[in-house]
Design a protein around this ligand. Structure first.
Ligand SMILES: NC(=O)c1ccc[n+]([C@@H]2O[C@H](COP(=O)([O-])OP(=O)(O)OC[C@H]3O[C@@H](n4cnc5c(N)ncnc54)[C@H](OP(=O)(O)O)[C@@H]3O)[C@@H](O)[C@H]2O)c1
Length: 437
């Protein structure tokens, strides 16, 4: 039998402890599959005394992840600490510098430093694997980098944050946003500070990685347009339902004539599309390519065990000696990311305005849309009986819902800007992009 593959795991929290438990439970079966054992020989976390649900006897303890990363006693460093910089970055750098393989689940680290890490890994001949960083247990990185590598991919559409999908699903069931968020927090899906999830930043980190692997471009997290879900109101959920859509927080990366459009925002998707049916904390990624057509993967996007499944999949590749450039092609062959401006985005739009109930207001709005060459699919004014309509000062406000045909972001923003300036509406207009699926 070949020598054992010796692992050092840094971080024994939700994911790290699950990885250790999986390897403990399936150790013999894996040895027989691989022709070599995979052994956890060293670990590192903050609190040494805490029970982690696996047998720690015989495993060396390190207080410092960097010293573990440099240790000659391990072949592969498994980084499950988290964070875009700090200890995670230092220790991954240290492991790669010494030519060790690295497996990580850390999307924030890769979105911020993935290019430097990929270059370093290649220069040192060290594998760098990160399946668990996107979509938790869903094998999307391997699918893009290996199984679909023969295609020219055209669009990736993903539900990449289970917390947001859970909140939107609960809103469809009748809850308002604050109550749905509180429930997500109570169930442990959302952090006490949920902004990283609900404002779309977590999805953007994952999309930055997917965009690079799918389109062969350098990772450019800052180029992604990001809008979260915290402004979605029950009226929008109800309107989407009436119009035959569901609202999802999507990460979309798409080739266009002017470059690659990478965007994260709440999106109306047709109710009968596969992605619309993905509910609760489940994640899904749909990939479109020239030979495959469309394929969708869905499954648990988080949770210790599902994420450990992906981490161990990477460890198995390393044990077998599988070597793939981290981002699917040599880093020197990745093209600079050519960003398509969001203003040039083309698609349908849902707009909801609170219009002051004055003669001519409705017509003025329709006129501004026509002036911007926006063709309307529908414009609906839901006149509420006097007394039932909301008021602002002396103004009665009537909700107006507009669905446009395909137009540009620039045209919609321009028209809305003029309508706002004319004072016909109260508050900020609601705008949700519609995605053809
Ligand atoms: N949780 C998920 O469902 C999930 C899904 C996909 C990807 N990920 C990614 O997986 C990574 C780990 O997430 P997690 O949920 O497992 O996090 P977690 O439960 O917070 O665990 C973090 C672990 O890192 C240890 N740690 C923190 N700072 C340290 C330091 N300076 N030195 C040594 N150890 C340190 C902690 O030690 P103590 O235990 O002693 O405090 C803990 O064991 C993150 O990058 C995350 O984005 C998580």
């Amino acid at each position: 039998m070949q020598d054992a593959l010796r692992l050092g795991i840094a971080g024994l929290g939700t994911v790290g402890a699950s990885v250790a438990r999986l390897l403990e439970r399936h150790g013999d079966a894996l040895a027989s599959q691989l022709g070599r054992r995979v052994e956890v020989v060293a670990v590192c976390a903050r609190e040494r005394e805490r029970q982690r649900g696996f047998v720690m006897g015989g495993i060396a303890w390190h207080d410092d992840p960097v010293s573990l990363a440099r240790s000659d006693s391990i072949d592969v460093f498994v980084e499950l600490i988290g964070g875009a910089g700090g200890t995670a970055l230092e220790s991954v750098n240290a492991a790669l510098q010494t030519g060790k393989g690295v497996v990580t689940a850390n999307k924030a680290l890769l979105a911020a430093h993935g290019m430097d890490l990929a270059r370093l890994a290649e220069a040192r001949g060290a594998p760098l694997a990160f399946e668990a960083a996107v979509g938790g247990g869903i094998p999307i990185i391997k699918t893009l980098r290996e199984a679909l590598a023969g295609n020219r991919l055209t669009r990736i559409t993903g539900i990449l944050n289970g917390t947001c999908n859970f909140i939107l699903t609960r809103m469809e069931e009748g809850m308002a946003y604050p109550a749905a968020l509180r429930e997500a927090q109570a169930l442990g899906y959302a952090e006490a500070d949920p902004s990283f999830d609900v404002e779309g930043f977590d999805t953007a980190d994952k999309l930055a990685i997917l965009t690079s692997v799918a389109f062969g471009t350098e990772i450019d997290r800052d180029a992604i347009f990001v809008e979260g879900i915290s402004h979605i109101e029950p009226e929008d959920i109800a309107a989407a339902d009436e119009l035959g859509y569901r609202i999802k927080l999507l990460g979309v990366a798409q080739r266009t004539e002017s470059g690659i459009e990478s965007r994260v925002h709440p999106t109306m998707v047709p109710r009968d599309s596969d992605i619309a049916r993905v509910s609760g904390v489940i994640n899904a990624v749909s990939v479109e390519g020239d030979f495959i057509g469309a394929v969708m993967l869905s499954g648990p996007g988080a949770g210790g065990d599902a994420t450990a499944s992906a981490v161990v999949g990477d460890i198995i590749d390393l044990a077998r000696g599988v070597r793939v450039p981290p981002l699917g092609r040599p880093a020197a062959n990745l093209e600079p990311y050519r960003r398509a401006e969001m203003r040039a985005h083309e698609g349908g739009y849902y707009l909801r305005l609170k219009v002051r109930d004055r003669p001519g207001a409705f017509a003025a709005i329709a006129r501004r849309m026509a002036e911007a060459n926006i063709s309307l699919d529908s414009i609906v004014q839901r006149n509420r009986p006097p007394g039932a309509a909301p008021k602002h000062g002396d103004d009665v406000l009537q909700p107006v819902t507009i669905i446009t045909h395909s137009t540009t972001e620039a045209a919609v923003r321009g028209a809305l800007g003029r309508i706002e300036a004319e004072g016909e509406i109260f508050g900020r207009p609601q705008m949700i992009r519609i995605e053809a699926m």
